[in-house]
Design a protein around this ligand. Structure first.
Ligand code: ACM
Ligand code: ZN
Length: 766
């Protein structure tokens, strides 16, 4: 073979060899191209940088310390060796403030960026390809070229240190984890009812009193009794200003900005415990121990000028400590009842010409915003700050879904998206069987991965106001650092890809393959994390009047086995290949099988019923809540039974009765009618007090057949599913009307006397 032919052959072969090489980096860079060979970092590798540049010096210090932790190697600076690692600044508009170029050959590594942030991110990409703890393994990196920069500039993670106090060491570990995946905002929730966590020199009691509560950690949040006079407040802690400075410096070295949250005007029972004059009633109280607010003041008085003076003094110290452009002032979940009863608050409403208590909250936030803007900073708050009018320059953090964010973006205000589902990482990520008790909900890795921070409701101009997205870790149910990492890993990695990688490059399969490498790293470092959601997703699909079911597992290389006869699925059961038609009443049970083993504690399960009203139109006298639409308008006649998951397959009705009329299309002989209902005490969902069944031939004149009364106790705190079934001698009917009578939340319930919900899944006609 002549050399020309040989070169041609190589050209043909090399690309196939190279494409077999896969990146392990999360989040996926903008572009990665592998070239031939490897580079080995060892003691014959020297750092190269312009040592008169302080930023380059700092970047080199960071790089050396990480390499030293991994391998024990001390890399020399600026000496001639046979290999070099160079850091340098360039001028490349495409890369922006945080982008980088990483170029690796067998004898050199070069990281180039416009700013130090980009250099740090180039290093993070490099570190992800290395072994992660002190080993004797060689530090081998495949040769490659990366060009990379983020899609969004707000890539946030939050931590609630009030419900559980996480010490400074863990806070640093958490920040380091964020930084490893190029997250750049740490939202530090420093203030809440159950603990004030930041030293304020002018008001020492905030830390001395407000940071300490009676220890009820062994009990579930909602069951913790309130503190009694004389009990010792032994649980808690706070960060001194010196500790905070140290943490800010640590974060800055990793390009993480800390956004402090100083809650107001609600969620401040801890501050009121320290200084009772801050509340409307001014009655002394002890810091809250958990979720029982009975008799507690948790809001500042909005009518008292000395409250604003206090907050300005607090914010002055906060602003002097934190370099962040944004100061988070909370604003969520204000119980406005005390303001209604307070003479000072009412006088303020009158004096300022405000319409109501919503506008009083808006006044509060505007007044604080003015102070913050005067200090050359910007306010950010939860989406309730929209109520009663948004402060002129405020940024909105949208947590009650995306609606607040959409509204604010359309008003030309900046927005950070953090919708409860999927971005509240205190929700379950798997199971829920076998998982540590969580606040509720289900936000799986796949749901997080599929999230796009830009809602489809926004046009291109409005979308520019979306700064990015953030996940929140509320700590009511999280009482150890190990539990915190478990909730964050690996969901944060999926979020990192949502906010960093180009939208078109996202790929669930590729992400999961890269994730396996990260899992090894977590194992090596002894980090507690979740291997994934083994529960099979059972999805009913109705098309052209036919019902079928698709099954899906989130687990990479997981296989699905299922049964339709009620038995427990095993590896001997039916193996899922394509969607399953459903033509008779049945129950599908399904499991994920990995490496020949059934995974998870309990199979996923879904029941289907076939009956005479399937596919028929349902007319509602009172509308279905837009929040609980299940599969759409005919959910009560789709054959799909509800499960104990509140968000799935249930139609919700609030305050009013459910009155549903079915048009069977022709006269049919009917011998039984049944309505399926759910009771879910914690979510204010109760059985209807009674269900009335009526039939008609003309749709105008109805005859009452039967009324079935509820037999489920309103005190039952377990989830209960019940069919209200009427059976009777055969009747001819063309129309069926079902009336389920709504009630109110029972005595002793947090919503006592307030409207409850009815949840219904199916009207079964036979
Ligand atoms: C929130 O979850 N209350 C912001
Ligand atoms: Zn007041």
């Amino acid at each position: 073979m002549n050399s020309k032919k040989m070169a041609l052959l190589l050209l043909l072969i090399i690309p196939t060899i190279l494409s077999a090489q896969k990146s392990v980096i999360i989040p996926q860079p903008v572009s990665v191209q592998f070239t031939t060979g490897n580079c080995v970092i060892d003691k014959n590798t020297a750092l190269k940088f312009n040592k008169t540049d302080i930023a380059l010096q700092e970047a080199a210090v960071f790089f050396k310390s990480v390499i030293n932790t991994i391998s024990g190697i001390e890399l020399p600076n600026n000496v001639v060796k046979n290999k070099s690692i160079e850091f340098k600044f360039i001028n490349n508009a495409e890369l922006g403030d945080e982008g980088y170029l990483l170029h690796i050959t067998p004898t050199s590594i070069q990281i180039a960026a416009n700013k130090k942030a980009g250099l740090i991110y180039g290093m993070q990409s490099l570190f992800q390809t290395l072994p992660v703890i002190q080993t004797n393994a060689a530090l081998i990196i495949p040769c490659m070229e990366i060009k990379d920069y983020p899609r969004f500039k707000w890539r946030g993670m939050h931590l609630d240190v009030s419900r559980h106090f996480f010490g400074p060491q863990f806070v640093k570990e958490y920040i380091n984890l964020l930084a490893s995946y190029k997250m750049n905002i740490f939202h530090w929730h420093l203030v809440d009812d159950t603990g004030w966590r930041i030293e304020i020199k002018k008001y020492p009691l905030l830390a001395q009193v407000g940071a300490w509560r009676v220890d009820e950690t062994d009990k579930v949040w909602g069951d913790r009794p309130q503190a009694k006079q004389g009990e010792a407040p032994t649980y808690g802690g706070y960060y001194t200003q010196e500790q905070i400075k140290d943490i800010i410096k640590y974060a800055a070295e990793r390009n993480v900005t800390i956004v402090p949250e100083i809650e107001m005007p609600g969620h401040v029972a801890s501050a009121i415990a320290a200084y009772p004059a801050l509340s409307c009633t001014q009655v002394p109280q002890l810091p809250l121990t958990g979720g029982d607010y009975t008799g507690m003041s948790s809001n500042y008085c909005a009518g008292n000028d000395s409250v604003f003076l206090f907050l300005q003094n607090v914010l002055t110290e906060v602003i002097n400590l934190f370099p962040s452009k944004y100061i988070h002032i909370g604003g969520d979940e204000v119980d406005k009842a005390p303001w209604h009863k307070c003479a000072k608050c009412q006088a303020r409403i009158k004096r300022e010409g405000l319409k109501n208590e919503d506008e009083l909250q808006s006044y509060f936030i505007r007044r604080i915003e003015k102070f913050i803007v005067n200090k050359h900073r910007q306010t950010i708050g939860w989406d309730e700050i929209l109520e009663g009018g948004l402060a002129p320059e405020a940024t909105v953090m949208s947590w009650r879904g995306e609606a607040g964010g959409i509204q604010a973006a359309k008003m030309n205000h900046n927005v950070v998206m953090t919708p409860g589902n999927p971005l509240y990482f205190d929700q379950y990520q798997a199971g829920p069987e076998g998982e540590p008790t969580a606040i509720g909900g289900m936000s799986t890795l796949k749901k997080v991965y599929d999230y796009d921070p830009i809602p489809k409701e926004l046009n291109e101009t409005e979308a520019k106001y979306v700064l990015g997205a953030q996940a929140n870790l509320w700590a009511e149910y999280i009482t150890t650092p190990q539990h915190a990492t478990y909730m964050v890993l690996p969901r944060m990695l999926a979020l990192a890809e949502d906010v960093w990688s180009p939208k078109q490059s996202k790929n669930w399969q590729s992400f999961n393959e890269r994730l396996q490498h990260q899992f090894k790293g977590f194992e090596q470092r002894g980090l507690n994390f979740c291997y994934g959601n083994f529960t099979v997703d059972i999805k009913p699909v109705s098309e052209n009047g036919k019902l079928s079911v698709t099954l899906f597992t989130e687990i990479l290389n997981g296989k699905i086995y299922y049964t339709t006869d009620g038995s427990l699925p095993t590896t001997e059961s039916l193996k899922y290949a394509a969607s399953i038609p459903v033509s008779a009443s049945t129950v599908i049970k399904a499991v994920t099988v990995l490496n020949g083993k059934v995974m998870g504690l309990k199979p996923a399960e879904q029941s289907f019923v076939m009956h005479k009203a399937i596919g028929k139109n349902v007319i509602y006298t009172n509308p279905v809540s837009k929040y609980y639409m299940a599969d759409g308008p005919n959910s009560l006649t789709d054959g799909v039974r509800g499960t104990y998951a509140v968000g799935k397959f249930w139609h919700g009705f609030s305050e009013e009765d459910m009155i549903a009329t079915i048009d069977l299309g022709e006269e049919k002989n009917v011998t039984s009618i049944s309505l399926g209902c759910l009771q879910h005490y914690k979510d204010w969902i109760f059985m209807p007090s009674a269900v009335k069944y009526e039939i008609s031939l003309d749709g105008k004149t109805f005859t009452i057949l039967q009324t079935i009364n509820n037999t489920v106790s309103v005190e039952d705190r377990n989830s209960v599913i019940k069919d209200f079934t009427a059976t009777f001698a055969g009747q001819n009917a063309k129309f069926i009307r079902v009336t389920a009578t709504n009630t109110v939340c029972p005595k002793g319930h947090p919503g006592e006397g307030k409207p409850s919900w009815i949840f219904a899944d199916e009207i079964i006609v036979n």
